[in-house]
Design a binder for this molecule. Sequence first.
Ligand code: ATP
Ligand code: MG
Length: 285
Amino acid sequence: MSHAGPAIEATALSKRYGDYVALRGIDIRVERGEVFGLLGPNGAGKTTAVEILEGYRERTEGEVSVLGFDPAQRPIELRRRIGIVLQSGGIYSHITPREALRHWAAMYPHPREVEEVIELAGLGDRADARARTLSGGQLRRLDFALALVGDPELIFLDEPTTGFDPEARRAAWETIRSLRDLGKTIVLTTHYLDEAQALADRVAIIKDGRILAIGPPRDLGPGAAHYRVAYRDGHGARVERETEDPTALLHELTSEALARGERLHELTVGRPTLEDVYLELTADA
Ligand SMILES: Nc1ncnc2c1ncn2[C@@H]1O[C@H](COP(=O)(O)OP(=O)(O)OP(=O)(O)O)[C@@H](O)[C@H]1O
Ligand SMILES: [Mg+2]
């Protein structure tokens, strides 16, 4: 059974925990084949939103459709088509990665080869070790492997690379890119803004249960069209200028410096990074 709409559509989604309002009516639409990033400070509501979409938590209000299903009904068909890395993964301490992956694969109609996924996750030499003897990063790799083994079309990754060493993070990025190339839809929560910038087609920045901005990383925020030109002047002081036309500004700055017989030390021209935009948008007023 397939439906033609977006992978995810949530409208006016809200969530209360008792008196506390964690989500204040957010709208999210994720197209098929998209990598969608969810960013925001601790406690913003990201895990709440993601786990409602997964069918792990109940919403208070709003409409939600995931692959055409309402996740609150917990349809088995939906469970067979999604893969999940929970923020706090839990695994029995006596089971091994190979056993866990075989067990998990058996719940899906067309799983990937367990051995292939073990290699992909970099668990080769620890595949038969008891889970309690794995390091934090190795356990996180196992969580990631468990999300992939069912070969699902929609994958939810809630801080999947937290605790990964730099090499493992790059390997996970490659895996996420290859999943995207296969046409999978991915929802990725992360605090690593370089990760979101590298992987996400679009991101939403959430704070206090509201979406502050949504769009492709490069178009986000008020300064998206601006370039930043920075250098150190003759006294070593750092100077930063913003412009929409770096060609003209550079011409001006460099000709003035040459006329004075000075150099523009450490001269750089750049666009605001996703981190710049994020910090600006989420700063407390
Ligand atoms: N089961 C719960 N009962 C009561 N409050 C909760 C519950 N789960 C989450 N909250 C609260 O809701 C808010 C949003 O939590 P959530 O876990 O969705 O944040 P998050 O954006 O994922 O944060 P982080 O970046 O730290 O993972 C927080 O203030 C949290 O304390
Ligand atoms: Mg979270």
